[in-house]
Design a binder for this molecule. Sequence first.
Ligand SMILES: [Fe+2]
Length: 286
Amino acid sequence: MRILHLSDTHLEHSDAPNRHGVNATDSLRLMIAELGHLRDVDAIVVTGDLANDGAVEAYTALRELVGEFARGLDAPVFYTTGNHDERGAFGKVLGSGHPAPEAVLESEASERAAVSTVRGWRFVTLDSLVPGKVYGHVSAGQLDWLRGALSAAAERGTVLAFHHPPISLDISATQPFFGLRNPDELAEAVRGSDVRVILTGHYHLQLSGFLEAVPVWVTPGVVNRIDLTTPPGTERAVRGASASLVELGGADGPMFHTFHARDPRAHETVYELEEEQVRAFVEREA
Ligand SMILES: [Fe+2]
C-alpha cells in the first residue's frame, strides 16, 4: 500500500496571495508538479487545513487540483478537516471527505468522519476540529463510533487519519498546547485494534513518534514549512511545499518518504515571531 499524504494546503477563497504574501494555490501547484512522475499510488490522504478561511471556493479549487492529479493515478482521495476548516463548506464540496464511503459518522455537530477500504486496507478519517480553537479534540461520540468501526479487523490493516497530531515536540512553545488534547482517550479506543499507522498534519513540519505501539506521522505543510532551527520560544515559517509517501505492508513498514516542491523561493522567510509574540499567541489561544 502506497499512500500520498498531503496536508495544510490553506487555500484562500480566491487565487490570490495570503496575508503573508504566499500564494497557497501556487504552492499546491508546485507540489503537484513535483509529484508528476509518481506512479503506483493506491490512495491520497489530505489531513486538514484544506481551506485557510473555510471558503467553499477554496474546497472547490482543492477538489479540482488534487482530483485531477488523483484521476491520473486512479487513486481515491480522502480528506479530513483541520482547525482552519469549516464543516458546512467542507461538506458542501467534499461530503464526508470520502468519494464512496462504506460508513459515515452521523453527529449533531456534523463532524466529518468516514470509512473506506482500498486493496484490503481500511481508511478511517476522524474530525479533530474544535470550532474557533487551534488545538484539536476527538469527541466521545467519534471515539465510540471509531471503536465500532475497528471492532472487526480489516483484511490488511487500518490507516487512521486526522489533523491534530497526538504527539508534540517541545521545541517551539506553540506546539505542545496545540496538538490533539485527548491522545490518551484516542489510544484507549485504538488499543488492540489493527491500526497500523496514524497520519496527521497541522505542525507544518515532518515528525514521527508513537501513540502507544502505533506509529504516528506528521507530514509537513503544503502552504509553508515551520523552521525549527530558530532560537527556543520563537517561530519562523519559510516558503516551500512538502508532501509524504507512506508505504505499508512491507517487512520494514511503515516507511515515510518526504518530497519537496521545486520552489525557486524555497526557504525564504514567510513570517517570524519573537518570543513575546509567541507567548501572547499561546496565552490567547491555549
Ligand atoms: Fe492546523
